[in-house]
Design a protein around this ligand. Structure first.
Ligand SMILES: Nc1ncnc2c1ncn2[C@@H]1O[C@H](COP(=O)(O)OP(=O)(O)OP(=O)(O)O)[C@@H](O)[C@H]1O
Length: 497
């Protein structure tokens, strides 16, 4: 393993230990009382001219006020949803597009505008956002919605009760106050107050588990229908919901309008999986996809504009050299036009420059950031592999580390079997292991090419596509694989077979 502390990286970025926070060795820190100036560990780091003006703007949690290159999609959504402001039911919308194409940001932007306009014109309209990756069962979706509307209704009833109590007090001394109201007498107010108090008592929140689903559905239904309003339910990552728990939730939501008396419900589904509707009941599919809006990937020029807008707020003036934004945009466009990736890259490049205590961000920081993000991705993918895949990958790594390159499936299988025996894991068939190797290939962790061996048939030659030491370290941090003492004897034994 090369020592990053002592060598410049390939692209020459200076990561010398005294300037890199990562490499500060606390054992070497001397707290010298004799020194007059009390420069501490953090003072040095703070004293550098900061590169960022407002780093938060580059984080995924930030919702921009402006979304360049999404005007068509935003206008399209607004044209459909304006029906809600007229008290009509907007068509359901399905939004498609690859990850990082601005679907969530645009949908949230439109819903914010919709809610604020509805308040301006005093038209009752609510937008409820649910991330189905987190809330992924019918029970949880319905319970979350029910509780939002129950809370909403409780606020409505509390406000109304306050108004009526004031009116009641005024009217008891001066009955003329009832003139412009819907009440003919103080008794009528009392009756309404009693009715509202009863309603208030019945408004029971749904527990996060434990009720039969139809009870949750009915509670949600009644809560929505309590007032006259148009409700837009935004289901982000809707494909995850369908994958995890089928299309019952969508079926129930999409047929609600025929039974609701006071309110109307419309659904916006957001997905980056274009095929998920294949798994839907045809009725749900046609109801949900009344309108479809596609978010195409951004090209490098569009990504440049997006980055430019954010960079103006995020960085100090002149902190970026001219080639930084075009390079971030080009890297992200290569990936698949992902704005999230482009923003991550820009932020990471800034952070690396900051750690270097550099004057500004330059091309080298971007290249280093690209490597870092790629490595983080690999680490995450490897860390979350199932144990069997980890064993297969570990076998490939062991062979490579012992100088055996372009290994074939049989060689990997031999080592794999021995590793399984060593840690008492089930041994899969060679066929299954071949499948696992193909999966590792698809994830970009190994590269497996089929080569012809003439009359000996065809075989796969496998090589590692990720940095060997880092990957091995991630594998060894798995408690089961950590038990493997040494693979050396197995690899040696391979030559004896
Ligand atoms: N046109 C744009 N202008 C400014 N920022 C954008 C634009 N498009 C996307 N972004 C930013 O890129 C990031 C990813 O966008 P968003 O979450 O909307 O993507 P998405 O299409 O919903 O992706 P996913 O399917 O992975 O959820 C966010 O930080 C968002 O603010």
């Amino acid at each position: 393993m090369t020592d990053e502390n002592t060598q410049p990286t390939d692209d020459g970025v200076d990561v010398s230990p005294d300037r890199n926070f990562d490499n500060v060795d606390l054992d070497d820190v001397v707290f010298d009382d004799d020194e007059d100036d009390d420069q501490g560990l953090f003072d040095d780091l703070l004293s550098g001219e900061p590169i960022f003006e407002n780093k938060e703007v580059l984080r995924p949690s930030y919702t921009p006020h402006e979304l360049p290159h999404r005007k068509d999609q935003i206008n399209n959504m607004a044209t459909i949803l304006v029906a809600a402001l007229r008290g009509e039911t907007p068509s359901n919308i399905l939004i498609y597009g690859k990850t990082g194409t601005g679907k969530t940001a645009s949908a949230k932007f439109v819903s914010k505008e919709l809610e604020s306009t509805s308040q301006k014109y005093d038209v009752p309209c609510n937008v409820e956002y649910i991330n189905c990756e987190v809330t992924d069962t019918q029970y949880r979706v319905l319970a979350q919605l029910a509780n939002k509307f129950i809370e909403n209704n409780q606020e409505f009833v509390d406000d109304r009760l306050e108004e009526l109590t004031t009116l009641r007090e005024g009217a008891s001394s001066d009955p003329s106050r009832l003139a412009d109201t819907a009440f003919e007498s103080t008794e009528a107010i009392d009756a309404r107050i009693e009715e509202l108090e009863d309603d208030r008592e019945e408004m029971e929140s749904v527990p996060m588990t434990g009720w039969p689903t139809d009870r949750v559905y009915n509670t949600f239904f009644e809560a929505v229908d309590y007032e006259e309003r148009v409700v837009v339910i935004m289901l982000d990552e809707i494909d995850k919901l369908v994958e995890k728990s089928g299309d019952d939730t969508l079926y129930n939501l999409s047929r609600m309008n025929s039974e609701l008396e006071n309110s109307r419900v419309s659904i916006i589904g957001i997905s980056n999986d274009l095929k998920f509707t294949d798994f839907l009941d045809p009725r749900v599919k046609s109801s949900l996809g009344e309108e479809e809006i596609v978010f195409p990937p951004y090209d490098a020029n569009q990504l440049r504009d997006i980055l430019q807008h954010r960079a103006e707020v995020a960085f100090k003036a002149d902190a970026l050299s001219d080639d930084v934004i075009p390079l971030c945009a080009a890297f992200a466009a290569q990936e698949h036009g992902d704005a999230r990736r482009a923003l991550d890259l820009l932020r990471t490049a800034g952070e690396l420059a900051e750690r270097d205590q550099a004057e500004g961000v330059n091309e080298k920081h971007v290249r280093k950031a690209q490597e870092k993000i790629e490595l983080d991705r690999v680490v995450e993918v490897v860390r979350t592999l199932p144990t069997q895949s980890k064993l297969v990958l570990f076998s490939i790594i062991s062979l490579e580390k012992n100088g055996v390159h372009n290994v074939n499936t049989g060689e990997v299988y031999n080592i794999y079997k021995r590793l399984c025996e060593e840690i008492d894991a089930d041994v899969l068939t060679q066929r299954r292991v071949t499948d696992l190797i193909s999966e590792l290939d698809m994830l970009g962790i190994v590269n497996a090419v089929v080569v012809s061996k003439g009359r000996y048939g065809r075989t796969k030659e496998i090589s590692l596509s990720v940095p060997i030491d880092e990957t091995e370290a991630v594998l060894m941090s798995d408690s089961r694989l950590g038990d493997i003492e040494s693979v050396q004897p197995f690899v040696q034994a391979r030559f004896d077979n």
